[in-house]
Write a protein of this length. Structure first.
Ligand code: ASP
Length: 337
């Protein structure tokens, strides 16, 4: 029987209070039992808190999902899963779901969920979220949408979804975009038609994702952090910039040096909603564009970082390759999805 598989990676949904603090101790089967669900295809990844992961850990989760899905089902009688639910820590769920959207070319639903309250809470939200995620992963309305994030009855596409509350059970939103589906009592309702994002490129599972750092800009920002990132080997840097993508003249000067030396620089905004645009002189976005930076539309710095890393993977590290990858990122970010 084709069914929905579960990939359990830890997070608060699986955590119990231990001596040193909350720790993921519950297995995928524990989560299913708590929610009163059945699934035969369950995979546990023992990865600890998602806040402490590396880029490669996120990649490992995506590659496990790819393996669990197997090749796309062709014809009836297939025993491959019809979809996958991934339980994940909320702290970086928006990043792994976005990385999955860049790397997986898949019509079957892949639905990420988690919880704000731990497994041993007297009022856990994990069981409800898990039930919702299974309902979404079983729904034809979720097919062909790319990886989704389901939380507290709202379902978001990968691009633009963001954790917006540290403790409240309504932890996620997609500022400026909103949810794409709602789920209630197992019923999935479509709020607006969703166009799946094109996977950026097919990066073979064994190709490493290059280091891309995020550098914040603020009044008084200088070149020090940018230089430190480049010295540490970053192939790309995302500038988390105020407003529509502005910074200080000192940062602009360093960006010009970095891009000339073959480091890609992507401008994203610190503001939760709306695009970056090269509007201002005097240290603003117009200067950053002239300094060779590319603009990430309304991508958050966290999602922009993953996009740049995937684009740079396989660029060969040559200046031309980096420039091509940077422009791919700029074009992709403008995608109207
Ligand atoms: N607070 C996080 C969570 O909800 C912990 C983590 O990201 O692993 O799971």
């Amino acid at each position: 029987m084709p069914d929905v598989a579960l990939v359990a990676t830890g997070g608060t949904i699986a955590s119990t209070q231990e001596h040193g603090g909350r720790t993921p101790t519950s297995s995928g089967r524990d989560l299913l039992a708590q929610a009163g669900l059945n699934a035969s295809n369950v995979h546990d990844l023992d990865l600890g808190g998602s806040f402490a992961w590396s880029l490669e850990t996120m990649r490992q989760v995506v590659e496990r999902v790819r393996d669990v899905l197997g090749p796309s089902a062709s014809g009836s009688g297939s025993t491959r899963p019809t979809g996958v639910v991934v339980t994940h820590g909320t702290d970086t769920m928006e990043e792994t779901v976005f990385l999955a959207s860049l790397l997986l070319d898949e019509r079957r639903p892949v639905v990420f969920t988690g919880a704000q309250e731990p497994y041993d809470s007297h009022a856990p939200d994990g069981p409800g979220n898990l039930k919702d995620a299974f309902a979404v992963a079983s729904s034809p309305k979720a097919r062909g949408r790319g990886p989704l994030l389901c939380f507290d009855g709202s379902v978001f596409t990968a691009r633009g979804v963001s954790k917006v509350e540290t403790l409240s059970k309504h932890a996620f939103d997609a500022p400026g975009r909103g949810p794409a589906l709602r789920v209630h009592d197992g019923r999935v309702t479509e709020l607006h038609p969703m166009r799946p994002l094109p996977p950026l490129r097919n990066v073979p599972p064994d190709t490493g994702l290059p280091r891309v750092d995020i550098v914040a800009s603020y009044p008084g920002a200088d070149a020090v952090t940018l230089r430190a990132s480049a010295d540490a080997g970053a192939a790309g840097i995302v500038l988390a910039a105020p407003g529509t993508g502005n910074t200080t003249p000192a940062v602009v000067a360093e960006v010009a040096r970095l891009t000339a030396a073959g480091t890609a620089v992507l401008v994203c905004s610190r503001v939760p909603s709306g695009p970056v645009l090269p509007l201002y002189a005097g240290g603003g976005g117009a200067d950053l564009l002239a300094a060779g930076a590319v603009f990430g539309d309304d991508l958050s710095p966290w999602q922009g970082r993953l996009l740049l890393s995937v684009a740079l993977a396989g660029s060969g590290g040559t200046t031309n390759g980096v420039v091509r990858a940077a422009h791919t990122v700029g074009d992709w970010a403008k995608n109207p999805s």
